[in-house]
Design a binder for this molecule. Structure first.
Ligand code: GRF
Length: 208
């Protein structure tokens, strides 16, 4: 059984999608903990109701960035994860920790990376007049929203879209590509090769 720890900061809908697909499809894996940096993260209630351990490491309760990083690392390590999944986790993990978990740390970002790293991706896609946008699952590296790409989804930008409409269209695809990517990791079907990720069965790594 692979042990998965998921980090959230809010709603946790991607976390929920992963927990549900893991159970429904009987992966050889278990989500052993859901951690949040915010005590009011809505996703914590879902996890607790599923009998998943939850913990809060509140960044505001730590005097320095380094102290928060240490506390978070300790909390994660307590669950001895094989994989750490960032799902709407709005803090940047410290570089030493990212290095230690290299190849075992996934993130989802709501844009077609390397376009629009950082915040407000949907607003920026609309402002740029993009006709297509999407989401990216990638291995985490010390550089924010970079790192080897596991899977991407593409969705159209429609005339009249606002940020909320576009976010909802992208989010629906996130709930497909993130569980799929985690499943591939659990099954050992992802190979990191020269900064690129190959799915060993040749399965499509795009959802269009
Ligand atoms: C998602 O759009 C994800 O791509 C981004 O933050 C959002 C989190 O949503 N990193 P949720 O908490 O999974 O519902």
């Amino acid at each position: 059984m692979k042990r998965i720890v998921i980090l959230i900061s809010g709603r946790g809908s991607n976390m929920q999608a992963i927990v549900e697909r893991c159970a429904a499809e009987g992966w050889a894996a278990q989500v052993v903990a859901v951690l949040s940096n915010r005590p009011d993260a809505a996703g914590l209630a879902f996890a607790a109701a599923r009998g998943i351990a939850t913990a809060v490491v509140d960044h505001r309760a730590h005097a320095s960035r380094a102290a928060f990083d240490d506390a978070l690392a300790t909390a994660i390590d307590a669950f001895a994860p094989d994989l750490v999944v960032l799902a709407g986790f709005m803090r940047i993990l410290g570089t030493p920790y990212v290095r230690r978990y290299a190849g075992r740390l996934l993130n989802i970002h709501p844009s077609l990376l390397p376009m629009f790293p950082g915040l407000h991706t949907h607003r920026r896609a609309l402002e740029a007049g993009c006709k297509v946008t999407g989401a990216t699952v990638h291995f985490v590296t010390p550089e924010l929203d970079h790192g080897p790409i596991v899977m991407q989804s593409a969705v159209p930008v429609r005339p009249g879209d606002d940020e909320a409409a576009l976010a909802a269209r992208v989010l629906a695809t996130e709930h497909v590509i993130y569980p799929q990517s985690v499943r591939w990791f659990v099954e050992g079907r992802l190979v990191l090769d020269g900064g690129r990720v190959r799915q060993t069965d040749g399965a499509s790594q795009s959802l269009i």
